[in-house]
Write a new protein. Structure first.
Length: 442
């Protein structure tokens, strides 16, 4: 048996520090204190993967680097030596992280439909990522239907999809999937609407539970089927505080259950890990995917670095332990200001450009995400554990090759000793304050 430990500790300036051949001892009943038990034979949900969003802002920021640096930045995410990303979110039309507002069509018959705008920054970035990892899956989300389809006649400030344009909007989404297919990009999943409960100063559109599921069952799902499109549909795509109640309200009949493959969620209103667990228990066959989360722009301050990274670590751990199948971060690249964003809604990303666009900076969040994405492989199953203290946050997985991944997070100011007990072995070690470690056991 081979055990590798990987540590990230900002205070010690350690990032993915590997320790080979960690010492183990045989299990003994005498080891009773400071125990973390791992149970590989008790399994839960299967993992689809980890990734981020390729927005227009991300693609635009990437082009500011030299070709050599662009390749290096993309490899940092999508190669096996990088974060091993294998699932990406794409905007359908413009979002706040676009250079400008736009739609693919401005005519009621959709005769002018074109994804030409996406060909400048988004599609080239996607193709470059696919050159590194051809197995990336894509999940796409609209921020707003075109103006003419909406009650407020604007892309922004919410509004509703008008009843008379429901079939037109469904056909618009069909054309989107087909247009991307012509670019050799398969859209595997699609959410109905980004944040359907929010009226934003940027692109937005609101749906009640009844409106969203009615559109899926009566318009989108049958239109996909009649056009031989097998893109899977997810609902909600908003915060976890209403994840369970919204899902219960929408998936309340057989037609809804047949039409929807899963539920997407964001993390901006707090943990609410219980809502993921409740949804997992009520709908055990449905996918649960974290599709967006980020931290506010912090100008690379060291205190914010640790705080932001620990937010990510805590969120990913909590989501996975509650039953999530995948974790998708927000923008994969942004400039030094946390944009571009045409509504000045700036934020951080794990990789950002430096002040003069000559290089890129890996924020600490990059390394914290990597403790999960580099080692928990697609197809892995979460396994059971017990721990002696809540101050050590933990998740555990078994990959398809039977290797075991253990991730430990310490957000406190104290160090903790522990004995990891798994079957007939024990790993005795120490977790420093404000650090994260992963064990890979083969």
């Amino acid at each position: 048996m081979k055990i590798v430990k990987i540590e990230t500790n900002y205070k010690k300036n350690l990032f993915f520090k590997k320790y080979e051949n960690i010492k183990i001892q045989k299990y003994s009943e005498k080891i009773e204190n400071k125990v973390i038990n791992i149970y590989p034979n008790i399994t839960y949900q299967t993992i689809l993967g980890f990734g981020g969003a390729i927005t227009e802002a991300a693609g635009y920021s990437l082009t500011k680097l030299s070709k050599e640096k662009q390749t290096s930045a993309l490899n940092a995410y999508f190669s096996t030596n990088g974060l091993n990303y294998n699932i990406c979110r794409l905007p359908i039309g413009s979002s706040d992280f676009s250079i400008k507002s736009y739609s693919y069509s401005y005519k009621e018959n959709l005769s002018d439909f074109s994804i030409e705008q996406d060909k400048e920054y988004i599609i080239p970035s996607i193709k470059s990522a696919l050159n590194i990892n051809p197995n990336i899956k894509f999940l796409s989300s609209p921020w707003s239907p075109p103006k003419f389809m909406k009650s407020n006649k604007m892309l922004v400030l919410g509004g509703k999809l008008l009843e008379k344009y429901k079939n037109t909007w469904a056909n618009y989404l069909v054309k989107y999937v087909q247009s991307y297919r012509k670019e050799n990009i398969k859209i595997d999943y699609l959410t109905v609407q980004n944040e359907p409960n929010a009226v934003q100063i940027w692109e937005s559109c609101t749906y009640s539970p009844e409106e969203e599921i009615s559109f899926v069952v009566n318009n989108l799902y049958p239109t996909f089927k009649s056009n031989n499109i097998n893109t899977k549909i997810l609902i909600w795509d908003h915060n976890k505080d209403k994840l369970f109640s919204r899902t219960i309200a929408e998936l309340n009949n057989n037609k809804a259950l047949e039409s929807v493959v899963g539920i997407a969620f964001h993390y901006y209103t707090g943990d609410h890990f219980e809502n993921i667990s409740l949804t997992r228990e009520a709908f055990p066959t449905k996918l649960l995917i974290h599709t967006e989360g980020c931290t506010g722009y912090s100008k690379f301050d060291s205190k914010d670095e640790v705080h932001n990274a620990e937010l990510y670590g805590h969120e990913i751990l909590g989501d996975l332990n509650a039953g999530a199948n995948a974790y998708i971060d927000w923008n994969i690249f942004l400039d030094n200001k946390g944009g571009p964003n045409h509504k000045h809604n700036y934020c951080n990303s794990p990789i950002m450009l430096n002040f003069n666009n000559t290089d890129f900076i890996k924020n600490l969040t990059y390394y914290y995400i990597g403790h999960f994405s580099k080692y928990i492989q697609p197809g892995a199953k979460r396994i059971a554990f017990s721990r002696y203290t809540d101050n050590i946050e933990i998740t555990t997985f078994k990959n398809t090759n039977n290797s075991i991944v253990i991730v430990l997070l310490n957000k406190t100011n104290s160090n903790y000793e522990y004995n990891i007990c798994m079957q007939n072995i024990v790993i005795s070690d120490n977790l420093d304050s404000h650090s994260i470690v992963s064990y890979l056991i083969n």
